[in-house]
Design a protein around this ligand. Structure first.
Ligand code: XMP
Length: 506
């Protein structure tokens, strides 16, 4: 496997993704990880990421110089190359002209990482500093109009630097360059697959759990479902899943979880019917944050009560995935919404945590889910917030409104699927605001509620754009919503991006 040292670059995760796409397992570590720890993990290679700093500034992120002598091949990208240049005796300075975007690369040495490239290639640049002179022992292997050293190599010590970004698609031969590094320089075999991950993970969970008992809060979402199925594969009946039906779920969801996990997989599943409990607590509450807090707290209570009934439990499964791991620790943003995850459990947790997905990206989690035999409806499910429909019934949540929204949501969902858009849309759903308006149906005046349709595209939910749904799809939705959902006489489409909007309305 290979390690990526993160110097704060915006593409660090992308580097890791590309390496895994080359079927080489890799992990990201912060740049200040002690050199002994890095070396003792025996990676076959190390990649230094880009980063926003200048290597000549005081306090610029650095790695230990001893890493270069550890006999491990290193590829420095952008900042990573500048750091390598500076630490080994080359010179780095502010460029006269920044290079940004598509740039022509002149390949000076078509061997090594660049074997098979043309003399001129396209590459993607994004830098303000440049390497003026490489360190002793390095040859300049490529240049551009504004970078005298766009790539450098010391094949003897197996140290390489690229000023451009091989990990982005705008560098068409980037993956090929990475492969040369991984396969030819590092000697990686490129045989990492999801089934090998599955085998390793099962063995590891068995070792860790021993004879212990394991509990999992199952939400029916992709991550907790895949985590539960994986742990079940490893320890069978020593896993118990708790699924809390808080009455804020979509149509058919509760039944689907029971069908999949209890019937098909034969898992021990405690299905808690807690609808009344949640809805009673929510009665009369209008403030979105108060609603979230109530649901979060109540969820923990229900979960703890169920856990207590089960007797001594040693481990708790969490569906944490890699982007959560990488982002926590750096996230310092203002609290826009208090997120409640079904796994968001009490702080004074008495269990040891098992997080079997903590090294996987979302799409890898899906592949693993398929490998484990989970049904498509679960593996490809769109994200759904922990507080469920409560954040889509704006203002006070009542049983009648929930029922109305659930029926409307089912219509939106069906039509999105019918149009073949379900997988490519990040989230699509209905919202029920507390406004009523006048309409006419038959010969009668109506005074009914409005349904908002929301459909967004996104990669990570941090930013999102509204989907340009075909008019015919909107038309069918509108007609069905008014005809089939009691109390609805008007339908609107939300055309706000995030920012300034958020995906959910509360
Ligand atoms: P917003 O509305 O902040 O949502 O743009 C971003 C993503 O997070 C989901 N979301 C939640 N997920 N607990 C969750 O597990 C929550 O409390 C919560 N609130 C929003 C939302 O559906 C979107 O995918």
């Amino acid at each position: 496997f290979v390690l990526v040292l993160d110097f704060g670059g915006q593409y660090t995760q992308l580097i890791a993704r590309r390496i895994r796409e080359c079927r080489v397992y890799c992990e990201i570590l912060p740049y200040h990880t002690p050199a002994e720890d890095i070396v003792s993990r025996r990676p076959k290679g190390i990649v230094f990421s880009g980063g926003p700093s200048s290597v000549y500034q005081e306090g610029a992120p650095q790695c230990a110089v001893s890493l270069y002598d550890a006999g491990i091949p290193i590829l420095g990208i952008c900042y990573g190359m500048q750091l390598m240049a500076r630490q080994l005796g080359g010179t780095v300075s502010p460029a006269e002209r920044r290079e940004y975007g598509k740039t022509e690369l002149e390949v000076l040495d078509g061997s090594g990482l660049f074997r098979g490239l043309e003399d001129r290639e396209r590459c993607w640049m994004s830098h303000g500093d440049r390497v003026d002179a490489p360190p002793p022992g390095f040859a300049v292997t490529a240049r551009t109009a504004h970078s005298p050293v766009a790539a450098m190599a010391d094949p003897v010590r197996k140290l390489f630097g690229l000023q451009f970004h091989p990990e982005v698609r705008h560098t068409p031969r980037g993956v090929q360059i990475l492969q040369r590094f991984l396969y030819e320089v590092c000697g990686c075999r490129g045989d990492w697959t999801m089934s090998s991950f599955l085998e390793d993970a099962v063995a590891q969970i068995r070792r860790e759990v021993g004879d212990g008992r394991v509990l999992c809060a199952l939400s029916g979402g992709v991550d907790s479902s895949v985590a539960a199925a994986l742990v079940h594969r490893a320890v069978g009946d020593r896993l118990t899943c708790v699924f809390v039906d808080h009455g804020l779920l979509r149509q058919g969801e509760s039944e689907q979880v029971r069908e999949t996990f209890a019937r098909r997989f034969g898992m021990r599943l405690v299905h808690v019917e807690a609808q009344d409990r949640f809805l009673d607590r929510l009665a009369g509450v209008e403030d979105p944050e108060a609603k979230r807090r109530i649901i979060g707290t109540e969820f923990i209570r229900v979960f703890e009560e169920e856990a207590a009934k089960l007797g001594p439990i040693d481990f708790l499964v969490q569906g944490t995935i890699y982007p959560d791991v990488v982002e926590s620790g750096t996230a310092t943003g203002a609290v826009i919404k208090t997120h409640h995850n079904v796994g968001g459990l009490p702080e004074d947790i008495r269990f040891k945590l098992i997080e079997p997905l903590r090294w996987l990206f979302k799409d890898e989690v899906r592949v693993l889910g398929e490998e484990l035999g989970l049904p498509e409806e679960i593996v490809w499910r769109q994200p759904f917030p922990g507080p469920g429909l409560a954040v889509r019934v704006l203002g006070e949540v009542t049983r009648e409104k929930l029922e109305c929204l659930r029926a409307a949501d089912a219509v939106v969902d069906e039509e999105i699927r019918r149009a073949g858009l379900y997988r490519q849309v990040w989230q699509s759903f209905a919202v029920l605001p507390p406004i009523r308006s006048v309409g006419v149906m038959g010969d009668e005046r109506t005074y009914g509620y409005t349904i908002v349709i929301r459909a967004v595209e996104s990669v990570d939910a941090m930013t999102a754009d509204w989907v340009r749904l075909p008019y015919e799809v909107l038309e069918t939705m509108s007609r069905r919503l008014v005809n089939e959902v009691k109390g609805i006489n008007r339908v609107v489409y939300d055309i706000t991006s995030k920012p300034p909007g958020t995906i959910e309305w509360e």
